[in-house]
Ligand binder design. Sequence first.
Ligand SMILES: [Zn+2]
Length: 348
Amino acid sequence: MKALVFERHGGPEVLRYAEVAEPEPGPAEVLVRVSACALNHLDLWVRAGLPGVPIPLPHIPGSDVAGVVARIGPGVTAVKPGQKVLLAPGVSCRKCPPCLAGLDNRCPQFTNLGYLIDGGCAEFVRCPEVNCFPYPENLSFEQAAAVPLVFQTAWHMLVTRAQIEAGEEVLVLGAGSGVGSAAIQIAKLFGCRVIGTGGSEAKLARARELGADECILHQKRGARTQGIKEEVRRLTGKRGVDIVFEHVGTATWEDSVASLARGGRLVTCGATTGYDAKVDLRFLFSRQLSVLGSYMGTKSEFATVVKLVAAGRLRPVVDRSFPLKEGEAAHRYLEAGDQFGKVVLLVA
Ligand SMILES: [Zn+2]
């Protein structure tokens, strides 16, 4: 089969569109013919190499897969060949206490398709049958592939970790990112007032279309962002917001903490601009703040977001698609950070 593969870590130039062996589905596994696979920042990090993370080489990246079941392994009962599926990205042991409690993203062996195992940037991907979810028929393959990781992650952050409540005020950093565009929609589903931040007027206009009530233009990443905490203060009558949705890291952290109202929760799933951060403990205790870490999401949460997407209550946002063989160009495009929503690879 054809696949986007790399044999060593590095820049986008290490990606090759090459012929590789087709995987064989084992017991309780399926082989899915990939129609579309969306990219995530995770793909860029996996390709570049992460300290202390032994990614098996050669490696096929790609976590967000929409496609059709091609073949099934022994014992598979949940799906049949020919069935359209949307794949949950998370793969876990299914036997440990967190897995048995439904908290599969806390499994010690938890990984994603395309992270420590081969992913969907290929004509076929192998995955456990439990990762196959009913296909949202209102969406094209391109749109469906833009759903999994970002909506599952944003749902876990806002609903499970930050325990969002109706009518709260929510600051969404990086509203133009895939995860930011999902967060805006989820917060609006809960009837919240959403303040989005973005690096260009064009991105802020798109954020408003998705439901953001207020928008703050901040500097592009690299330098420290300006004006977020002052603007949040102004927009909330000096109160601050109940939830800050973080994934930017060093560049916005100080503003994010300072934007919280008393009792506010900061929830973070990433650190795109760096992981050095400082918290003034006096503010943490006297303002009764919570700082919450969040990592991916559970299959149960995935089922919920797929249901809401199928009902048209949440909408995937596709910025641009590339054919699979132009994966290198797609990585460069995502790395430049000018997109609004997801970048998708289409497999012919
Ligand atoms: Zn487990």
